[in-house]
Design a binder for this molecule. Structure first.
Ligand SMILES: Cc1cc2nc3c(=O)[nH]c(=O)nc-3n(C[C@H](O)[C@H](O)[C@H](O)COP(=O)(O)O)c2cc1C
Length: 250
């Protein structure tokens, strides 16, 4: 599909950046990025998220170590940690209601806060890219979520959903192809058979992509990569951790 305006063109050029130049992100850029994030839609205007901008090298080092030792967390000038945040909501509403009258601890509100954080973050990603910066999301913040949360002094009812490295790109990766549009776009109703059939073609696309990216040493198709991924138990502590922070009690 050919983009027919500058916004679509920017969106279609997205690729994660994992190497950054030694150029700071200015305060003005950071505030423009977070300002754009704030204008994302938010469930009933709850704005149930916070973002922590980390620039201190020592703190980035510690966070990188806790998030799978991903070097780009150290190297990026700004590491943003996007948090689902019901703490602020609990505090501001506490003057108006008894704690036992509040349903803040439901699974529904965990979803609300997590979705809010993700929508704000993606606005920030697009804003950063529009300024010529590059980003990569970091789910590794949940590898050791208790220690990560402690390092950032996150209170009850706040958890880190993902991080985001932001900075000037020092690499130009090829775009990663996505599933065929017809696999993800259903018309009028869910097409169970078609979504799977259309996805099959993606194995060939991803094999070619992997061959190019690895200089010919790998050509693992997407379905195999996904099978390996699903065979690993990942971050099994999440439910217990979230409940210990006051989320998802019912
Ligand atoms: C929530 C989330 C977490 C991610 N976590 C990581 C991560 O920890 N490390 C990493 O290198 N990339 C991470 N990524 C980047 C994805 O691997 C990347 O977006 C995906 O492979 C598509 O590639 P592209 O962004 O270059 O188009 C994450 C992406 C998302 C949305």
């Amino acid at each position: 599909m050919k983009p027919f305006n500058d916004t679509l063109e920017l969106l279609m050029r997205h690729r994660s950046i994992r190497r950054f130049a030694d150029t700071p992100v200015t305060e003005e850029q950071l505030e423009a990025i977070v300002g754009a994030a704030q204008m994302a839609s938010t469930s009933s205007n709850v704005q149930a998220y916070s973002v922590i901008a980390v620039t201190d090298p020592g703190r980035k080092e510690r966070l990188a170590a806790l998030a799978g030792n991903q070097a780009y967390i150290r190297e990026c000038p700004v590491f943003l940690v996007w948090c689902a945040d019901l703490y602020r909501l609990r505090e501001v509403t506490s003057a108006h209601m008894a704690p036992e009258a509040s349903h803040i601890d439901t699974t529904e509100n965990l979803i609300v806060a997590t979705v809010d954080a993700a929508l704000a973050a993606q606005n920030a990603a697009v804003a950063a890219e529009s300024l010529g910066l590059g980003i990569v999301y970091i789910g590794g913040v949940r590898n050791d979520i208790a220690a990560f949360s402690e390092a950032l002094e996150l209170p009850e009812l706040v958890y880190p959903v993902f991080g985001m490295c932001v900075g000037t790109p020092a690499q130009e990766p090829v775009l990663r192809p996505r599933l065929p549009l017809q696999s993800v776009l259903h018309r009028e109703r869910y097409s169970a058979q078609e979504t799977v059939e259309r996805a099959a073609a993606y194995d060939e696309t991803t094999r070619a992509y992997m061959r190019e990216r690895s200089g010919g040493t790998s050509d693992t198709p997407w379905s195999v990569t996904m099978a390996h991924r699903l065979a690993q138990p990942a971050r099994m502590q999440m439910k217990e951790f979230l409940q210990s922070k006051g989320f998802m009690k019912r």
